[in-house]
Write a protein that binds this ligand. Sequence first.
Ligand SMILES: N[C@H](CCC[C@H](N)C(=O)O)C(=O)O
Length: 264
Amino acid sequence: MSPTLHFFKYQGTGNDFVMVDDRAHQFDAADHQRVRHLCDRRRGIGADGLILLRQHPQYDFEMVYFNADGYLGSMCGNGGRCTVAFARQLGVINNETRFLAADGPHEARVDADGTVHLRMQDVIGQQDVEDYGVFLDTGSPHLVRFQPASTLAELNVFAEGRALRYGELFREKGTNVNFVEPPATPGQPWQVRTYERGVEDETLSCGTGVTAVALAASRRGAATPVHLRTPGGDLRVAFEAKPDGSFTNVFLSGPATYVFEGTV
Ligand SMILES: N[C@H](CCC[C@H](N)C(=O)O)C(=O)O
């Protein structure tokens, strides 16, 4: 039997997380089965991932992110914003912070309306992958596929995303897969649906995913900040494109909301 656990539930544009105040480093991160169980929507609390907020000697806190499959994931953008809101709720930070995540240090700022602006790592560049789309690493690996007009709503994201994620090209490490519909008229948002590695399903939104989409869209004329619409809500990505094809000052902005808490 695992010891009693007090948890908090957060969501950011419908990407939902079990959050644990593990400042004391007591949660067994190697217990994949327990994490998977807690994220199970029928047998547990239910979430796309679980996040530990841990104390760190050099940063305000450390964010340790697990996918719903129970294993440590790479960077999670929506989870990062939620962890910042959680740290604020716990009184660990005020409105600005510097914290550590799987891909290195991040800075964030919280507006009066609760919007969290999360600084992502610089992105080295983007790679065209045959007919598959554009590949970028925004802290997590992402394939970006631009779809023809008016096809995104009907697309079978689960089947198509899964085939690519387990396909020949990405088999070893897998990838997240984002399907994008450019705006029909200028000023409208870029629409995005994402199949997530580690959740192994479509989620309502993926933060590192929309970041990848925004940077890929910048090559197709999207100006910073890019407005993106996921099934779970709207996000914005601001960036500075450098002449060598890399990106710096990348910020992911959007809501991060407390849902409930409990004990299991
Ligand atoms: N939902 C997350 C992405 C998690 C990446 C994860 N699925 C992995 O590939 O390890 C986000 O908002 O950025």
